[in-house]
Design a protein around this ligand. Structure first.
Ligand SMILES: [Zn+2]
Length: 398
């Protein structure tokens, strides 16, 4: 019998960094390698329908046990890792953390995080300092596979049908794109993709992107008086109109933002690229209105057609959908509490595959994995947190 820790250590050693520049699905071949490994692990446990489709999505199910009718519950985790730092990891184990500074193999130090003192005495898995750990989201994957093992044991408690899904390319926002909800067969689902033990998330941003294009009038600078309209300067004026306090670096919690993600330009033409985010949909609409008002103001000043604004909606806050099914959240809260974990409900300052799945008909809040410091070299996960999450998942489905 393999433990959640052994599984996790095995999965993090497969390089599965996703790559936004690649148009294929999965975006990188390593994800299918992990997918094949997961199918074989699930089959070894006795799950005969474990399979991977041509896009790298892994599906499996465990039939209901017992006579009482129960809902079919889906559990979803993603196989890829963030490309912020290299992916293939040589994890390091700290058998009993002393509560002090953690020195990684390459000299990087982990200290100063609020959560560290609370982990004293626990067994931790950390990186070598050269890569992400991949607890986001291979901890979720390992916890779900270990849950399957527990449910297939002869003495397992009764449960409804369990539907398992492992997705590629979540980190590049495509994890839900080709997810086969119909054949998945769940009434509702949970992604196991959050951070610290107890996190329960069902609110994410409403999101839009915006391209601002400026057309200038270029003329030799020596004879430009009263003639030139410098597109780059108009673009800078546009940027100045937006409230500086509503930027990512000045916002937290439920505060939305305008985020300039790129700019280019000369006298003739200029372009600004923004993403707009807000948990509140009408406030996101207000941000879009502000972009249009800035365009109109500059056009009145420099002439119609100088500034154009191209707005596109990206994703929506899944709260709209999940709120209609309070029993799904209550079930998760109960599962945490049954295992002595106080649920920590907080808004996600980003998006999640669960949002897209929720709007496509599969309500899907997000549960913790137990990990910390995702997307960086200082990522780590306590082994007891992973073990606890397996117990929480059992309470959730039984
Ligand atoms: Zn993740």
């Amino acid at each position: 019998m393999s433990s959640v820790k052994e599984r996790f250590l095995k999965y993090v050693q497969v390089e599965t960094t996703s790559c936004e520049a690649n148009g294929t699905c999965p975006s990188t071949p390593g994800q299918k390698e992990l997918g094949r490994l997961l199918v074989s692990d699930l089959q070894e446990l006795g799950i005969t329908d474990a399979r991977m489709d041509e896009h790298g999505y892994v599906y499996a199910s465990i039939p209901a046990k017992g006579v009482e009718p129960r809902p079919a519950i889906g559990l979803i985790a993603h196989m890829d890792t963030s490309d912020a730092v290299p992916g293939a990891t040589c994890p390091q184990i700290i058998p009993s953390y002393d509560g002090g500074t953690i020195r990684l193999r390459n000299g990087v130090e982990i200290s100063g995080f609020d959560f560290l003192p609370g982990l004293k005495g626990q067994e931790l898995i950390v990186t070598s300092g050269d890569s992400v750990l991949g607890a986001d989201d291979k901890a979720g994957v390992a916890e779900i596979v270990t849950l399957c093992e527990r449910l297939l044991a002869p003495d397992a408690p009764d449960h409804g049908k369990i539907c398992i899904g492992f997705t590629p390319d979540e980190e590049i926002g495509r994890g839900a794109d080709l997810f086969d909800i119909k054949n998945f067969g769940a009434d509702f689902a949970y992604t196991v993709d959050g951070g610290a033990l107890g996190e329960l998330e069902y609110e994410c941003f409403n999101a839009a992107s915006c391209k601002v294009t400026v057309k200038g009038v270029n003329i030799h600078p020596g004879s430009a008086k009263d003639q030139m309209i410098n597109a780059s300067l108009v673009a800078m004026e546009f940027a100045r109109i937006l409230p500086p306090w509503e930027r990512p670096e000045h916002t937290e919690g439920y505060e939305g933002f305008y985020h300039l993600t790129g700019m280019s330009g000369n006298e003739e033409s200029a372009e600004l690229r923004y993403i707009l985010r807000d948990h509140n949909r009408s406030k996101l609409e207000e941000k879009k209105e502000t972009m249009l008002a800035a365009r109109d103001w500059l056009n009145r000043r420099y002439g119609e057609g100088t500034v154009t604004v191209d707005l596109k909606d990206s994703y929506r806050n899944m709260k709209e959908i999940v709120e209609q099914h309070p029993e799904i959240l209550a079930r998760a809260e109960k599962a945490f509490r049954e295992n002595g974990v106080e649920p920590l409900i907080q808004p996600i300052r980003g998006g999640t595959d669960g949002a897209q799945l929720s709007f496509r008909g599969l309500p899907c809040p997000n549960l913790s994995t137990g990990g910390y410091n995702f997307h960086g070299r200082k990522e780590l996960i306590p082994v007891p947190a992973m073990e606890k999450m397996v117990e929480v998942l059992i309470s959730l489905v039984c």
